[in-house]
Design a protein around this ligand. Structure first.
Ligand code: GLN
Length: 453
């Protein structure tokens, strides 16, 4: 049924870069055989799932929406994908995204943008716009995204879906093509908070293949989501960050929907207080030094020798020239911008002034969060300052695009979990509410988010 649905609507939406087709059917039949043989599979066995094209899938195209990986077939599954398969979930295909997860609209995909099912003239968010649009358009009941600065939550907000970024280290990054290793985190994209929690339990947990993976049990997030669904938040203390609320540029309709959600939290019994994160205004600039710096190092592996595309190798050219021609042809403009920015920020003469400073800001933001969580259980904020915008309206000015992640980036710098849940409409388009929690307290955010559904 989902393959039929994809066939019917994906021509218009373009959520998928690759549809697994027969391979998905074969996998579903295999799940049936496992169940018939008496194997005890989890609650999501047999449920189809769409996977962002930045996670490796064995023998299935994986491009990170870049020309430089066209034609590459990974020899292994990412740990997230392996866990999906082990639990009996069926991989429907690979979803579109901004190239190497750099962007907020999917307009930087080398294979054309994804369109927002709510309005095909508008962006579905990014970088994980394909995963969010697939769920919003009912092309997949569940999807996997990745979030470095907001790429699960912001697409969730603008497509009216649920997007959760687990605690950094809570889900393995093995097989997640690295953009910014200290920030990247995979997580669920779903229709409901409980679905997100169930999917989180499938993909989460320690993995020896990822040195930053946390060696502790996955928080009991599904139980927390079920508890939250009762709608009782008595005893829960929610903080609204003063500086988030005062930030310029948030659309009035987004602020109104957020205020209404905060009123609902109070009605459900939560105590809402104001807290302060004084270094909030420096989080976005710090991110745009740290993320490009790590990207400039991580993307050095795309050299035209090891993976995918190779350009200009006609037998007469030196290796360096082939490398340079391959990168010239294979990387899009935003990726090139980030590599240059990061290389500059890391260079000997400027390291202390840029990268070093940004790391200090990261520490200050982390201290702000730690102090805030001494006063409250969770923090609430709008997910993104604006609803889905029309194509082309933010591509001319990179900093206008970067603002989409104003509210999501702080929790990536801090490392704590954060979830976006739909909280109403503004001008007929979805608005998202973000709930942030302390590291490894993912259960708290699921409880509060579920109460709002
Ligand atoms: N939009 C942000 C960026 O371009 C975040 C991307 C992400 O989370 N992968 O870097």
């Amino acid at each position: 049924a989902y393959l039929d649905r994809i066939g019917a609507v994906d021509g218009a939406v373009h959520a998928f870069l690759h549809v697994a087709g027969d391979a998905a059917v074969a996998q579903a039949e295999e799940v049936d055989r496992r169940i018939a043989a008496g194997e005890k599979l989890g609650p999501l066995a047999g449920v189809p799932v769409a996977v962002k094209d930045i996670l490796t899938t064995k023998g299935m195209p994986t491009t990170a929406a870049s020309k430089i990986l066209s034609g590459w077939l990974p020899p292994y599954d990412a740990t997230v994908v392996l866990r999906l398969r082990d639990a009996g979930l069926v991989v429907l295909g690979k979803t579109n995204m901004d190239e190497f997860a750099m962007g907020s609209s999917t307009e930087y995909s080398a294979y054309g943008p994804t369109r927002n099912p709510w309005d095909l003239g508008r962006i579905p968010g990014g970088s994980g716009g394909g995963s969010a649009a697939a769920v919003a358009a009912r092309e997949a009941p569940l999807a996997i995204g990745t979030d470095t600065g907001g790429s699960i939550r912001q697409p969730g907000a603008v497509t009216g879906t649920v997007g959760a970024k687990p605690t950094y280290g809570g889900v393995s990054r093995y097989g997640l093509i690295a953009f910014s290793s200290s920030l990247d985190q995979a997580g669920p994209v779903t229709r409901t908070v409980l679905d997100a929690a169930l999917l989180h339990e499938v993909i989460g947990g320690h993995d020896p293949c990822d040195s930053t993976s946390i060696d502790a049990p996955v928080p009991a997030v599904a139980e927390a989501a079920r508890r939250g669904a009762s709608g009782d938040l008595t005893g829960v203390k929610v903080g609204v960050v003063r500086e988030f609320a005062a930030a310029e540029g948030a659309e009035p309709g987004v602020v109104a929907a957020f205020d209404a959600a905060v009123a609902t939290l109070t009605k459900l019994g939560a105590e809402v207080v104001e807290v302060s994160c004084p270094h909030f205004e420096y989080a976005l600039p710090a991110y745009y030094l740290i993320a490009p710096s790590e990207c400039s190092s991580n993307l050095a592996r795309f050299d035209g020798v090891r993976y995918g595309l190779r350009s200009g190798d006609d037998g007469t050219r030196a290796l360096e020239e082939v490398m340079s021609l391959t990168r010239e042809a294979g990387f899009g403009p935003e990726v090139k911008r980030r590599i240059m920015l990061g290389t500059y920020a890391l260079s000997a003469g400027y390291y202390d002034a840029y990268y070093g400073q940004a790391q200090k800001v990261r520490t200050l933001v982390t201290r702000d969060f730690t102090a805030a969580f001494e006063q409250v259980d969770v923090l609430a904020a709008p997910t993104t300052p604006f609803v889905a915008f029309p194509f082309g309206s933010r591509t001319a000015d990179p900093t206008a695009m970067y603002l989409a992640d104003l509210y999501t980036i702080p929790s990536n710098l801090y490392g704590g979990p954060a979830i976006s849940v739909p909280c109403g409409l503004s001008e007929g388009l979805p608005v998202g509410l973000q709930i942030m929690a302390p590291t490894m307290a993912d259960d708290r955010m699921y409880r509060v988010a579920a109460a709002l559904e």
